[in-house]
Design a protein around this ligand. Structure first.
Ligand code: MN
Length: 241
């Protein structure tokens, strides 16, 4: 059986004037999990009390992109350029990431996902990179290659990618500010913006600020989704023994 990769859903306010919120996952995440040999399992945003039961259904976890994290989650006041927030999704994902870290469930965070990982584990965010980072590169709106990132040699990310320089897309206006105590910054762009972080003590607790799921044919994408599925498979096999 394929290792089961839980994908935490994004939320969307009602779009047809009927007051019905929606939960969804952009297809590229699903497609990349399948290509890597995993079985995608969509995890809905529900009461955070249910995250333990949800994690029991899966062997690995993917925390995906989306809107901004409510700065109240890290005791900051909203910046004027803060985008839309969904505190219910934040609370759910924060609980999910904490439970996954505690249980050492292999976890990959993408874009908002790495930001949620950082907030869940006690870090803070830059709310608007263009306003808060002097000489910031353009990090917005580019799903084709946008900038390079320098990866810390010897880090898990460097070992996964088998390189210390990777060209990535960029579609974010927020980024990690103060890393969580358990996280190590393992990649930055040339303007100093954090582009990846990881907890080296966990089987896999790694997040990237770019969107590998939108770089379908990139070697770095194949490697990132590959390590998530491989670690999930190892955990699933160990649980069966
Ligand atoms: Mn970027």
């Amino acid at each position: 059986m394929r290792p089961r990769i839980g994908i935490a859903c994004s939320t969307m306010d009602e779009v047809e004037g009927r007051g019905v919120r929606r939960q969804h996952v952009p297809e590229p995440y699903v497609a990349r999990v399948v290509e890597a040999g995993g079985l995608p399992v969509l995890l809905p945003v529900v009461d955070p009390a249910l995250v333990g039961d949800l994690l029991g259904l899966v062997d690995g976890l993917l925390v995906i992109g989306g809107d901004d994290v409510d700065p109240a989650a890290y005791d900051a006041v909203p910046h004027p350029e803060l985008g839309p927030v969904d505190p219910a999704r934040d609370r759910f994902e924060v609980a999910l990431v904490r439970a996954a870290a505690a249980a050492d469930v292999p976890t990959l965070g993408i874009c908002r996902g790495v930001q949620v990982m950082n907030v869940a584990l006690g870090g803070t965010l830059i709310q608007h990179v263009p306003a808060e980072v002097e000489g910031a590169l353009v990090h917005g709106g580019r799903y084709d290659v946008c900038h390079e990132v320098a990866v810390v040699p010897g880090s898990r990310l460097a070992r996964v990618l088998d390189t210390t320089t990777v060209a990535v897309n960029s579609h974010h206006h927020q980024a990690i500010a103060r890393p969580a105590p358990s996280l190590v910054v393992t990649a930055r762009s040339s303007d100093g913006v954090v582009e990846a972080a990881e907890d080296p003590t966990r089987r896999l607790l790694l997040g990237v600020q770019w969107h590998p799921e939108r770089m379908a044919t990139a070697d770095s994408t194949r490697r990132l989704f590959g390590v998530l599925v491989a670690e999930a498979a190892r955990g699933a096999a160990a649980a069966r023994r």
